[in-house]
Design a protein around this ligand. Structure first.
Ligand SMILES: *Cc1c(COP(=O)(O)O)cnc(C)c1O
Length: 415
């Protein structure tokens, strides 16, 4: 088999090597750890072992006729990196394999993923039902921006299935849920929500940011679309902002990808490459985050300066049973109420030495934040109370440091 090298010379490569172009392997037949490391890789004729980066905005054609064929869609292939890029495509195929989806579309951020689903699927007059405990910007996106285009949103309690059902109208296009919720880690029964949605011909969209496919696979439970903020655990080391949409080929290709081509919230190839490196260790990282988080939550429950601990892995969590069925672990996020309200919460946060005061999550470094005045600070008092986010609430995204050091930092801070 002959291929062109970077100097545009034809070179011969062996048939055995050609066999390993990776494109022909059906990664759905492989286990998740293997998928995370190898799915989607396209080895070039340079025979590189690590995934290559293609930092190019456009692609050249061999002739004017070829350019015309590509632009008209008669011939598949790269045109421009707002549409396709090989590094981004590798990331898309790897994440699609992990989520068990036919197609993945990578985008510039988690919010761009949610916005693209909205722009792709919704029209004026449509309606969305969304759980109350979602990421603060998601609420603002639906309430302030989609509303401008005549799309209305009803917010319901995550676990109130009657409310989900009764809120669906003829104009409802999709249900949107984030489970576990941020920051209270409430859990919705994905299969039950999928049944409620499909009975009425409505789609179910699940934000799977908190658990990733390593711990929860919403598509297998009946969801139609999975949303990711790749910024969080998919990267895993707090380097890049990115997002993704995973789901069925027809739905994504026909209804969402055309918006991406035109609207342009594309993922950069450099960021895609960082996320690919992140995915390679996703399974072991998520296991370790979950182990540390459970130990921290169990310890917090024994502390008399703590009022209440929110973590799905605790038997005291209201949806603990469901979490055992639906998730591989409780994940890496632990929230708790400190006695003494906002002053006590701020004092605790300010007195930590090692923990990073930042609202980001999904990093190897443990982060600590006060949701009421950061991630959920732009909600009205009423919305915040309805979401159950108290003034004394502290959220910890448990990292991969030694658990003793995380516990000691909090204990020292409290004292
Ligand atoms: C961070 C986050 C988002 C938004 O992602 P960005 O990459 O910051 O745009 C959406 N959903 C959840 C659950 C998040 O934690």
């Amino acid at each position: 088999m002959f291929v062109r090298n970077i100097n545009d010379q034809l070179i011969k490569i062996s048939k055995r090597k050609a066999k390993f172009t990776m494109n022909e392997i059906n990664w759905n037949d492989y286990g998740p750890e293997t998928q995370a490391i190898r799915a989607g890789q396209r080895r070039t004729h340079e025979q590189e072992h690590s995934d290559p980066i293609f930092p190019t905005s456009s692609y050249v054609f061999n002739s004017a006729a070829e350019a015309a064929a590509r632009f008209s869609g008669k011939e598949p292939g790269n045109i421009y990196s707002r549409f396709t890029n090989p590094t981004v495509r590798t990331f898309e195929q790897r994440l699609a394999a992990l989520e068990g989806g036919e197609r993945c579309i990578a985008v510039a951020s988690g919010m761009a993923a949610i916005a693209s689903v909205g722009f792709g699927l919704l029209k004026s007059g449509d309606h969305v039902v969304c759980s109350r405990g979602v990421f603060g910007n998601t609420v603002l996106l639906f309430q302030n921006y989609f509303a401008k285009f005549g799309v209305s949103t009803t917010f319901v309690d995550l676990t109130d299935y009657d409310a989900w059902q009764q809120s669906i109208r003829p104009e409802t296009r999709f249900l949107f849920v984030e489970t576990p919720s941020n920051p209270l880690t409430q859990i919705a029964d994905i299969r039950r929500l999928a049944n409620i949605a499909h009975e009425k011909g409505v789609l179910l969209v699940v934000d799977n940011c908190f658990l990733t496919p390593a711990l929860q696979k919403p598509l297998a439970l009946g969801a139609d679309i999975v949303i990711h903020s790749a910024t969080k655990y998919l990267d895993g080391q707090g380097r890049c902002v990115g997002g993704a949409i995973v789901g069925g080929l027809e739905l994504l290709d026909k209804e969402i990808y055309p918006y991406l081509r035109t609207g342009g919230p594309t993922m950069s190839p450099f960021n895609a490459w960082v996320f690919l490196k992140g995915l390679e260790t996703l399974g072991i990282r998520m296991r370790a985050h979950g182990e540390n988080a459970l130990l921290l939550a169990q310890w917090l429950e024994t502390q008399d300066w703590v009022d209440k601990v929110y973590y799905p892995g605790l038997a005291s969590h209201p949806q603990h049973e469901l979490s055992l069925r639906q998730q591989k672990s409780g994940g890496g996020i632990v929230s708790f109420e400190v006695k003494g309200g906002k002053d006590a919460a701020w004092r605790l946060i300010d007195s930590t030495q090692m923990l990073s005061i930042t609202a980001n999550l999904g990093d190897t470094k443990t982060t600590i934040t006060h949701p009421a005045t950061t991630t959920h600070g732009r909600l009205t008092d009423q919305e915040r109370i309805a979401a159950g986010i108290g003034d004394g609430l502290v959220r910890i995204a448990v990292g991969l440091e030694d658990i003793e050091d995380i516990r000691n930092d909090l204990l020292r801070a409290f004292r």
